[in-house]
Every structure is written in C-alpha cells, then in structure tokens.
Ligand binder design. Structure first.
Ligand SMILES: NC(=O)c1ccc[n+]([C@@H]2O[C@H](COP(=O)([O-])OP(=O)(O)OC[C@H]3O[C@@H](n4cnc5c(N)ncnc54)[C@H](O)[C@@H]3O)[C@@H](O)[C@H]2O)c1
Length: 351
C-alpha cells in the first residue's frame, strides 16, 4: 500500500513514518513544508529505505499537493501537517487558520478528484484520514470523559482551527462521499517531541539548570499517551475501519501538569543527578497561566478498543521513563533545535 503522510517531519508524523517503514511493507511519501516544527532528523533512520520518499511542500499549495498525489498515487492519505502549539496560536492565530483550515481544505480539494479517478476497487479501499485532537471538545469539569458524541466546544485559536478542519473533513465525507476518517487524540509525549511542549521543555530546562515554568498552579489535567501507541492506533484505524468513522484515542493516564513535572524531576534525579545533590524539583517556579487554559481533558477510548482491538502498550510510568532516557541519549538532537529556535522562550501571553 502507498501511504501519503502530511507532516511526516514533525513529532507524531515522523513516528508514523518510522513505524510504517520499520514494521510494515508499505511505501511512504512524507509531504512536509519543514516549518520551525519539522526537521528531517526525525526520520533520518528510515530515510535510506527504498520505500520512503520525501517532498518538501506546503499543504496550502494546491499545485504542489496535486502534483505529489498524482505522482505517488496513494491508497491512503494520513493528514497530520498542522500548526500545533496552543501558545503560538494565541500570539499568531492567522498561521493556524492558514495551515489547519485552508491547508485541510486544500488537501480535501485535491484528494477528491484523485479519488474520483481511481478504479472501483481502489476507490472503495481509499481513505482520507484526518488526525485531530481532543481539544476540539473544550474543557471538562472534575468528572466525565470525552466520547465521540461529545459536542465540539473549542476554546483556543488552535483547537478552533482543528475543530474547523474536522468539520470540513466530515463535510467532504457526507457531501461528496470521500471515504474519510477522523481521530481525536489526547496529549502525546515521547521521542523527537519539539522542546517547546511541556514534557520535553521540562527535561531540557532541568538539564540546563533553568527555572521549570509551571503555568498557574499546575492543576490542569491532561490524558497522556505515548506517541508510539498513538501511531499504532492510527495504523489500525486507516487499515481496518469503515469510511465516516471517528475514534477518540487516549491513554487512560490522567495527570495534573504539576505531577507530570515532578515525575520528570524524580526520574532525572535518578538517571542524571544534579551535581549539588539537590532535586531538579527545586527549579520549579509558578508563572502566569495561559489565557483561557482548559482545565481538564480525558478520553473515553472504548470505541477504538472494542471495534479495532487497539490498546496502549505503555503506562505513563513506562512511557515517561523511556522518553527521558531517549532525551538523555539524544542530547545532540534537541540541543541543535534549542540553539536554532530559542525553543524555551515563553509564548502565548499576548492578550
Ligand atoms: N502533539 C499532540 O499531543 C497532538 C495530540 C492530538 C493531535 N495532534 C495533531 O497531530 C498532528 C501532528 O501533531 P505534532 O505534534 O506532530 O505536530 P508538530 O508541530 O510536531 O509537526 C507538524 C508538522 O507539520 C508540518 N507542517 C506545518 N504546516 C505545514 C504546511 N502548511 N504544509 C506542510 N507541512 C506543514 C511541520 O513542518 C511539521 O513537520 C497535528 O495535526 C496535531 O493537531 C497532536
């Protein structure tokens, strides 16, 4: 099978590319603009495979998308390319509307005529799989879980742009019959995570001896999923599910942000103790909260478990241990990014 992956140089897209090249016989085209968040070092270890190709292109550029699809002739399109950092969406929402809404519209507009031109068998097997977030559902109170039937209630420019793109994908399925799939996943973590997101940021800042900035009281709850579990879920969805289906993907690992930061500190204390014998937790500082910060996200993933037999392999405890070990073993990867992008700088306060 030929799988067209947008955003395959980013955090989750690259994990999908590595998974598909290393664990399947599928061919992969990685279509990525290489924004600040995308780097080919994430796919370096599979780049020499004759089943892997890379095209640098923008999902908003209809001609580039059309040419890449026509040349590669995919059986599946997995659409991950997006602007993904909530803090950046507060500083500059326009880039999110462009990449996430216009980009998804462009992908759909180019996928549809291609799909219509396929023979009957290929047409029936084709899938356009849109990768989205649980943030489209808004914020939960102390109890309850997001199901696939939870009404959309996005609160940040990021989640509003993702919600818009989900609606476009759904509309292309209902109106034009394009065989679409949507997955809404909780917070991912793992190797090659750009060091502006909570977990890698804390690892990098801890090792640099810098303050560990916790937003507000650190009592926001997220449901953490190891990225390789997410990628196995995506694979199960685009290979097995019926067109029009949507799935929530989550790790059943609800944690307060402060607990996550303290866990990172405790593991680093064990694996790379501070020279002065103090805990990294001494570096925790409380800073102004993110404007409009959602309180709690938690996923009911029973549909994907029951219908497709997917379950996460990692608990938070095993996944975070692997992640921190990876950052310690791959210091060169993130040091280059931090140096080039000033990745630790605070964003998202421009209200
Ligand atoms: N990170 C999470 O916890 C999480 C959770 C649920 C869903 N998602 C969704 O999964 C997808 C991937 O997230 P991620 O964390 O890997 O993001 P990321 O920011 O690490 O990577 C995004 C990739 O998309 C590329 N890209 C951005 N704009 C582009 C454009 N206009 N044309 C082509 N390529 C472009 C970037 O170069 C980068 O390689 C996103 O759609 C995101 O909304 C992420």
């Amino acid at each position: 099978m030929r799988i067209f992956v947008t955003g395959g140089a980013g955090f989750i897209g690259s994990a999908l590319v590595r998974h598909l090249i290393e664990n399947t016989d599928h061919e992969v085209l990685n279509f990525d603009k290489l924004t600040y968040a995308g780097t080919l070092s994430t796919v370096e270890r599979v780049a020499s495979s004759n089943r892997y190709r890379f095209v640098q292109g923008d999902i908003c550029d209809a001609d580039a998308v059309k040419a890449a699809i026509a040349e590669f002739k995919p059986g599946i399109v997995t659409h991950l390319a997006a602007e993904s950092h909530v803090d950046r969406s507060i500083d500059g929402p326009g880039a999110f509307v462009q990449a996430n809404v216009v980009g998804t519209f462009t992908m759909l507009s180019e996928a549809r005529p291609y799909w219509l031109g396929l023979d009957d068998e290929a047409k029936a097997a084709f899938r356009f799989h849109h990768i989205s977030t649980d943030e489209v559902y808004g914020s939960l109170g102390e109890t309850g879980l997001f199901t696939e039937d939870t009404p959309y209630d996005p609160r940040s420019p990021y989640s509003a742009s993702k919600a818009s793109s989900d609606h476009l994908v759904s509309a292309w399925g209902h109106t034009f019959g394009l065989p679409v799939l949507i997955t809404n996943c909780s917070n991912n973590y793992g190797p090659y995570h750009f060091p502006e997101k909570l977990i890698p940021l804390m690892i990098v800042k801890a090792l640099a001896g810098a303050d560990l900035p916790v937003y507000g009281q650190g009592d926001q709850v997220r449901d953490w999923l190891f990225v390789e579990d997410h990628v196995r879920a995506l694979h199960a969805v685009f290979e097995k599910s019926e067109p029009g289906r949507t799935y929530n993907v989550g790790g059943n690992n609800e944690k307060q942000n402060l607990e996550v930061v303290k866990t990172v500190c405790a593991i680093l204390d064990r694996l790379r103790p501070r020279a002065d014998g103090e805990s990294y937790a001494a570096q925790i500082t409380y800073v102004a909260d993110r404007p409009g910060h959602d309180k709690r996200y938690a996923i009911d993933a029973s549909r994907i478990k029951n219908e497709l037999g997917w379950e996460p392999a990692e608990t938070f405890e095993t996944g975070i241990e692997k992640t921190i070990a990876w950052y310690l073993d791959n210091q060169g990867w993130w040091e280059a990014i931090v140096a080039e992008h000033k990745a630790g700088q605070r964003r998202g306060l421009s209200v």
